[in-house]
Design a protein around this ligand. Structure first.
Ligand code: NZQ
Ligand code: ZN
Length: 386
């Protein structure tokens, strides 16, 4: 295990009714920018509740609404402008990963002199950010407890992740009841996203023993709780387990101490950048094809470990049979248990037109991953998924 720093200064307030902690935002100043998406928080009553608590705490609330899934740089610029114009002290995100990511970029952009897109392209330019708070409404990205934000410029078909300790939220409120209203489709996509984060860490060149067991626990939790949350949207235990799994799949808990480089994510980010598809669905479609592509003499034992420990396959069967079955279990889980489309065609990507350019961009993000992928490899994976 290599030396590492495990730094997560985010205070988590987990459980029903924890929104009352929003009154503590007053510690960070008096003006808050509340950021949210297309209105789900109004339907759920979270908007009214948050407003009531913030106003009672003496805070002045400014608003930025309409943050879209695959959040756009235009929303970030709008938020930065509001922060600079009004001397805003902190940013409060209420929503899923898109809203939280947009808020993080706004918080950093508010303390930066140039255009916020510079920070997306060169995160080392982030030297400070306004305090970031979040109320999570969708278990998926882990943005509530991590240092990443993913922002798109659709005019250029670009979607990039940025990372900085300054982007770690100061406090995140995680109330599983807020996810009862998440649609079956988004619940499935969120579960697939958490699963992919875990698999990206699990399939790494030098995964540690303890970290691998943490990953297996998270994967088993998702395999059990994802379908329950889809069948019974207001099952508190299932929603709570998904929510807590989302944070730990990406906050360093399962990867610190080992060199980890992701590859399915860079490939998926290009699909979202070019076709604006749902992140978790793109991951679920690509993952089994990526697995088939990298299965070889060098990796078969890892697939056996995965099949036996996660899918309860029989270790005494032939290793190639177990490995193939493990990949089939993964595919069946996404398609049959979660109901996610199996092909790119089903999410509107009907030809190969952009595969080459997408692969060239994705390959830059795949450096040092579990099995190195060339541009040609990535095109083949896209083709197999079509
Ligand atoms: O816009 P609203 O009205 O809020 O509706 C949203 C949106 O339409 C809806 N939703 C959220 N909570 C809901 C709800 N609907 C009903 N009830 C609720 N409680 O769900 C839709 C999707 O929301 P979004 O925030 O886009 O989903 P998600 O959390 O999956 O975020 C996806 C984005 O995060 C990025 C992805 O690339 C994508 O841009 N990622 C961020 C990461 C990070 N920060 O660490 C890592 C991930 O790998 C990922 O790349
Ligand atoms: Zn993801």
């Amino acid at each position: 295990m290599k030396n590492f720093t495990h730094f997560i200064p985010t205070r988590i307030q987990f459980g029903e009714g924890q929104i009352s902690h929003l009154s503590e935002l007053a510690q960070s100043g008096s003006k808050v920018l509340m950021v949210y998406g297309g209105g789900s928080i109004k339907k759920m009553g979270i908007y009214d509740k948050a407003m009531e608590i913030l106003k009672e705490a003496g805070l002045t609330v400014y608003e930025l609404s309409g943050v879209q899934p695959n959040p756009r740089i235009e929303s970030v610029r709008e938020g930065v402008k509001l922060c600079k114009e009004h001397g805003i002290d902190m940013v409060l995100a209420i929503g899923g990963g898109s809203t939280i990511d947009c808020s993080k970029a706004i918080a950093a952009g508010a303390l930066y002199d140039g255009d916020a897109w510079d920070l997306v392209l060169t995160p080392s330019k982030i030297t400070a950010a306004l305090p970031i708070y979040s109320v999570l409404t969708l278990a998926a990205t882990g943005s509530e407890m991590d240092k990443f934000a993913v922002i798109s410029d659709m005019s250029k078909n670009e979607k990039w992740g940025m990372a900085s300790d300054h982007l770690l939220p100061k406090m995140s409120i995680m109330d599983p009841t807020y996810t009862f209203s998440v649609s079956k489709r988004q619940t499935a996509a969120g579960t697939a996203d958490i699963m992919s984060h875990t698999l990206e860490n699990y399939f790494s060149p030098n995964e540690g023993f303890l970290q691998a067991r943490f990953c297996e626990a998270i994967l088993k939790t998702l395999i059990t709780c994802g379908p329950i949350a889809i069948a019974e949207p207001d099952n508190y235990e299932a929603r709570a387990n998904l929510m807590w799994a989302s944070s730990h799949a990406i906050n360093g808990f399962v990867s610190d101490g080992y060199r980890v480089a992701w590859c399915v994510h860079p490939m998926e980010h290009e699909l979202s950048a070019f076709y604006d598809i749902t992140h978790g669905e793109g991951l679920a479609i690509l993952t089994p094809h990526w697995m088939k592509h990298v299965l070889s003499n060098d990796t078969v034992e890892k697939f056996v470990e995965y099949g036996v420990n996660v899918w309860n396959l029989n270790p005494s069967e032939d290793k190639w049979v177990v490995a193939e079955k493990a990949i089939e279990c993964t595919r069946n889980f996404f398609v049959k248990s979660l109901g996610i489309p199996a092909t790119l065609r089903e999410v509107g990507i009907t030809d190969e037109e952009n595969f080459q350019i997408m692969a060239e961009k994705a390959a830059k993000g795949c450096v040092g991953c579990y099995v190195p992928l060339s541009v040609e490899d990535i095109v083949e994976i896209y083709r197999a998924a079509l």
